[in-house]
Design a protein around this ligand. Structure first.
Ligand code: GMT
Length: 379
């Protein structure tokens, strides 16, 4: 099939999922066209089957806000016509489902029927989308999608609670490509990060408030009081500076390493002993899954879709949001004992493999085929 994918091209989970999905679809012989404002960060190889179409939004002084949705829907119309695209898959409802719907309607005027699949990722529902500024448009564009998927059962339930949804929402969990992680890194540069006797604790995120970055620092503070340890903080975002200040105030700045955004998180996770994800809300927690496939157990909050990924007492531990004492105690249970740590590592990778792309990709392909077959139905 010829599939157009719309996503955010940044380090956020939704963009990562969309990009990895596109790459995997291309490997299976589909022709994939990414339509977004920048080449997606994880898309470093353009093959014959993968195309990227940049959405330009020219500056015009009259506009206080440049109309991205308009530019995106126009670009979609052009791309779909030029390449004979069969199907449109938009990741993140805002504003992609809305722009996709407009493109679909414009194309229908010309007798072209392209089904639209909308994948809900989390903050498009739980944080931004539910705001009354956006809610009617988000509800409308979800209901107008031909197929709606959500990345966890929890997100599906939240969406049905918050919005008046008339469409069935199908749960298609996020995934990882286990074949990419079967290589053991001979250059796993642990020695650059920590001494042999130190445990390495890692956090990766976009450093937004929802990630509860101060909790990450507090949990680590309690860990390093008991055992020698280092904390590696990967990512960029508004809470990063506060985290640097807090580490300084707590006198642990020499034990906390801030690395910024990275395209090589597997190389960081390969020497990590524990992953922290104490988020306030998390529809799935792709970062936790990426940790697990790299044999890193997870200490997390028990919010949203995280319990569908991190299994309490098996791949790590879950606690109520904000319970940093319990999170630190659980972290120490894992880190203090080599044998316990190894058991958690093995179980983490075992559970993560259930989310292998080979299990998830056919679910999307089936949805695509059904949507394509019934593309004239909703016209
Ligand atoms: O984690 C973020 O805040 C970024 C956000 C995004 O839209 O890229 O992530 C959301 O989508 C990811 C991929 O489906 C999920 O793994 C994250 O749990 C979800 N984030 C939240 O729900 C806060």
């Amino acid at each position: 099939m010829k599939i157009a994918i719309v996503c955010y091209p940044t380090f956020g989970g939704s963009g990562v999922v969309a990009t990895e999905l596109g790459i995997a679809l291309a490997e299976r012989g589909h022709e994939v066209h990414f339509v977004t404002y920048k080449q997606p960060v994880r898309l470093d190889l353009l093959t014959n089957n993968i195309h990227f179409h940049e959405v330009h939004v020219p500056e015009y002084p009259l506009f206080k806000y440049q109309p991205y949705e308009l530019a995106l829907s126009s670009k979609l119309v052009d791309t779909i016509k030029l390449y004979g695209i069969d199907l449109l898959h938009v990741h993140y409802a805002i504003p992609h489902a809305y722009a996709g719907y407009m493109a679909k309607k414009m194309l229908e005027e010309e007798g072209i029927h392209v089904p639209m699949i909308t994948t809900l990722h989390g903050t498009d529902i739980t944080l931004v989308g539910k705001h009354h500024f956006y809610k009617p448009a988000v509800t409308f564009s979800i209901n107008q999608s031909d197929v709606v998927t959500s990345v966890s059962q929890s997100l599906k339930e939240r969406t049905l609670e918050i919005f008046d949804i008339k469409k069935e929402i199908k749960v298609v969990p996020n995934f990882i490509d286990k074949s990419k992680y079967s290589i053991s890194f001979t250059d796993c540069q642990r020695a650059n990060m920590a001494d042999d006797n130190e445990r390495i604790v890692t956090h990766i995120s976009n450093f937004r408030k929802v990630k509860r970055i101060p909790d990450v620092i507090s949990i680590f503070y309690k860990i390093q009081e008991q055992i020698p340890a280092k904390l590696i903080m990967v990512g960029e975002g508004p809470e990063k500076e506060g985290a640097e200040v807090l580490s300084e105030q707590l006198g642990i700045a020499d034990k906390v390493i801030f690395l910024g955004n990275s395209n090589e998180i597997d190389k960081i996770l390969c020497f990590s002993d524990l992953f922290l994800l104490p988020s306030k809300s998390e529809s799935f927690g792709l970062a936790a899954l990426e940790a697990m496939i790299n044999k890193v157990p997870v200490i997390s909050s028990n919010t949203g879709g995280i319990p569908e990924v991190n299994i309490h007492g098996v791949t790590g531990f879950l606690s109520d949001v904000g319970d940093v004492d319990e999170m630190a105690n659980n972290a120490l249970k894992i880190l203090k004992d080599d044998i316990v740590l190894e058991e958690f590592k093995q179980r983490a990778v075992f559970e993560a493999q259930k989310f292998d792309i080979l299990n998830i990709l056919p679910l999307y392909e089936e949805l695509y085929e059904n949507a394509y077959k019934s593309r004239f139905k909703n016209a």
